[in-house]
Design a protein around this ligand. Structure first.
Ligand SMILES: [Zn+2]
Ligand SMILES: [Zn+2]
Ligand SMILES: [Zn+2]
Length: 161
């Protein structure tokens, strides 16, 4: 999403864009193909604002999340945030090391067959966690990981609809 377009959508929702909030959003916009941790964001902002508190950053991230402007996921022990890479329904392969995401070509939901009788599906979440090719070099696969050779995924861009 373009910077100005994103700022406009924030303003329309009544989200006041102070200088600091712009910096938060700018950092998120500079990392659109991956999840970032609050810590990464804070370290980035503290270069210019050494006294910036964790509370301020968390509060802003949570507001952005509650308003649906950013997505949240939790893996490798930390909560992560990102700006959605495209507005249409899709899922990701996620690298737990660098947070990079790769869009899945298909939604796996139609393949789910054992939905309990009488159960109405309203929404679903589906993410596959692993280690990307770049991070794999020199990194041990954690003990808890299932060892399955991933199929070739080369694109991190949105599928055409
Ligand atoms: Zn996405
Ligand atoms: Zn990675
Ligand atoms: Zn889906």
């Amino acid at each position: 999403m373009q910077r100005e377009e994103f700022f406009e959508s924030l303003k329309r929702k009544g989200y006041r864009l102070t200088g600091r909030r712009k910096e938060i959003v700018d950092f998120l916009l500079s990392q659109t193909d991956r999840y970032i941790t609050a810590k990464e964001l804070i370290e980035h902002l503290q270069k210019r604002h050494p006294t910036l508190s964790f509370e301020t950053v968390y509060r802003n991230l949570h507001t952005l999340r509650d308003e649906g402007f950013i997505e949240e996921s939790r893996f490798a022990g930390e909560t992560r945030f990102r700006i959605p890479c495209c507005p249409t329904h899709h899922h990701h392969f996620v690298c737990i090391s660098c947070g990079r995401t790769y869009v899945m070509d298909h939604c796996p939901m139609p393949a789910v067959e054992d939905i309990p009788e009488g159960f109405t599906v309203l929404q679903h979440r589906f993410e596959i966690f692993g280690i990307c090719a770049g991070c794999r070099q020199g990194r041990e696969i954690p003990d808890w990981a299932e060892s399955r050779t991933p199929t070739e995924v080369t694109s991190s861009t949105c599928p055409k609809h």
